[in-house]
Design a protein around this ligand. Structure first.
Ligand SMILES: Nc1nc2c(ncn2[C@@H]2O[C@H](COP(=O)(O)OP(=O)(O)OP(=O)(O)O)[C@@H](O)[C@H]2O)c(=O)[nH]1
Length: 298
């Protein structure tokens, strides 16, 4: 396999910069969950891009931000740890938002790894603005730090997504494939299932509630005597009784809807029928409590 390259890449950028969507577009299937709520991503989910000339493993990280809670601090640590382990970093800045202090904060942190790891500047969501604005954003981004390359893309209309894949691939060291052909992610199924449930629960909730939701899959087993049905028992954790009431909805209607939405996605992921048993639990102020954080897998 002469000239074959393999290695790891991660996208960084403010919350909502479009990192998860870009990961999915590159991999070509839904592995990272997306939503329009900032800080959707908590777990490091890998997507694997297979190319004839190489294999690119994408590590999806939470958005870096100024920490206010213990969870916030943990997330930032996780981001920095990821940066130091990958072969190339993609710094995402959305085309429709001014390059601001948040981006400069990230750039200053990135400068520290840029000596060892190439950083590619990516202007995302180009479909939302004019060509002129894309040009201006590229110039604004260039001023923020020294990039190995800089490229505009849109995950929605596919503009230059393949080109970005090539560009990232070129930055990887030569080496054999890291994962078997056909694998798209190495996340345990249970984690993906929990993320799909959390994504469904996030739909339509506002304010501080999105950050208060965590999902744990307790059990995932084939129904006895059946090979076409999996029973899944999961808990949706919130921090306060008032939040429980919101998730539950009038006579439990909202939770039922969340369960139905999540079940469809899980069935598509697993390729079998699924019975999903969802319960809500209150874990008081879990975002600030180290013991609870550990229990919820952070
Ligand atoms: N129009 C348009 N919208 C996009 C594009 N990429 C992402 N979005 C939207 O932008 C929002 C945020 O996208 P995500 O991929 O979840 O962003 P993220 O950077 O992973 O966010 P965090 O997980 O919070 O760090 C979602 O509503 C996406 O649908 C794009 O190329 N074009």
């Amino acid at each position: 396999m002469d000239g074959y390259r393999s290695g790891f890449a991660c996208f960084v950028g403010r919350p909502n910069a479009g990192k998860s969507t870009l990961t999915n577009a590159l991999v070509g299937t839904k592995v990272a969950i997306t939503s329009n709520k900032p800080q959707t991503t908590r777990h490091t989910i890998r997507g694997i891009v297979h190319r004839p000339d190489g294999q690119l493993v994408l590590v999806d990280t939470p958005g870096l931000h100024r920490p206010r809670t213990l969870l916030g601090q943990r997330l930032n640590d996780l981001v920095r740890e990821t940066w130091s382990e990958v072969d190339v970093v993609g710094f995402c800045v959305p085309a429709d938002q001014k390059v601001g202090p948040g981006d400069k904060f990230i750039a200053a942190e990135l400068e520290k790894v840029a000596k060892r790891t190439p950083v590619v500047g990516i202007v995302t969501k180009t479909d939302l603005v004019s060509q002129q604005q894309v040009m201006e954003q590229l110039l604004a981004l260039q001023k923020v730090m020294e990039f190995a390359e800089i490229i505009p893309v849109s995950a929605v209309d596919g503009f230059q997504v393949d080109k970005l894949g090539d560009l990232l691939l070129q930055k990887l060291p030569e080496g054999p494939p890291l994962y078997p052909d056909g694998d798209l992610t190495d996340e345990p199924e249970q984690t993906l299932v929990a993320e799909l449930i959390r994504e469904a629960a996030l739909e339509g909730v506002r304010d501080e509630l999105p950050h208060s939701i965590a999902v744990v899959v307790e059990e995932m087993l084939p129904r006895e005597g059946r090979d076409d049905l999996i029973d899944i028992h999961a808990f949706v954790f919130v921090e306060r009784p008032s939040q429980k009431a919101i998730i539950l909805g009038h006579r439990g209607e909202r939770l039922k809807q969340v369960g139905m939405t999540a079940r469809k996605q899980i069935e598509a992921l697993l390729g079998t029928r699924v019975y999903l048993d969802l319960h809500i639990k209150i874990a008081k102020d879990w975002q600030r409590d180290p013991k609870q954080l550990r229990r919820l897998g952070f």
